[in-house]
Design a protein around this ligand. Structure first.
Ligand code: SF4
Length: 216
């Protein structure tokens, strides 16, 4: 008998989706343990090390048990655990709307095409811009989204230039979020409006509702 595949899981919980195109929907979050990056603004450092090893069967059963239509696989960096690809397939097979939040540092090409991928572009303010995997951009479709977390005016200007350099607006949808403690949301909104920048401004709804607490 083959041993069942496992993943190290930090938490599984139900909340409202706080970001991207399914914002506001009841969503089950599966947070995988571990991340090879160390962004300055990281709000999930508690997921770097702690977690339990769970069989894929158990994870899928728990997710389905919540009775929500949406599931978001996140981290940490979920793709750092190779079995994440199998989990994504299994969740799609279960008939759920599946999204993946990934740092942009890992290869997204092997991800099941039914999954909506939300891929970060790390700005200089994150201190991890060297980790952006430029090769990922060719794999993006209009179904995916690229997310820039803006930490300063310098980050905003860098992001505009980066989008243009890599033709990103024509490839997929672009999200700009203010870094929670570093840029006032109104400031970023004003910059986008002044430039008529074809990006979608977003706030992290879960933080507006509940603040910066784990499990929400
Ligand atoms: S990629 Fe995400 S989880 Fe990893 S350090 Fe950066 S913000 Fe934190």
């Amino acid at each position: 008998m083959t041993k069942s595949a496992r993943l190290r899981i930090n938490e599984i919980f139900l909340s409202l989706q706080g970001e991207a195109d399914t914002v506001g929907y009841p969503t089950v979050f599966v947070r995988l343990t571990g991340c090879p990056l160390r962004c300055g603004y990281c709000d999930t450092e508690y997921a770097f090390h702690n977690g339990d090893w769970l069989d894929l069967d158990v994870i899928v059963e728990r997710v389905c048990g919540y009775g929500a239509k949406h599931v978001c696989v996140t981290g940490g960096e979920p793709l750092a655990q190779p079995n994440c690809l199998r989990l994504l397939e299994r969740l799609c097979d279960a008939g759920l709307h599946v999204s993946l939040e990934t740092s942009g540092a890992m290869d997204i090409a092997p991800v099941d095409t039914r999954v909506s991928r939300v891929v970060d572009v790390k700005t200089p303010g994150s201190r991890e811009a060297a980790r952006n995997r430029i090769g990922n951009f060719a794999a993006l479709t209009p179904r995916d989204q690229l997310k820039f977390v803006i930490c300063s005016r310098e980050d905003y200007d860098w992001s505009k230039a980066f989008m243009q350099e890599h033709g990103l607006v024509d490839r997929t949808r672009i999200l700009f979020s203010p870094s929670y403690t570093e840029v006032a949301p109104t400031l970023l909104a004003d910059w986008i409006l002044a430039d008529r920048l074809p990006v979608r401004f977003q706030l992290q709804l879960h933080k507006v509702l509940w603040g910066d607490v784990p499990g929400k």
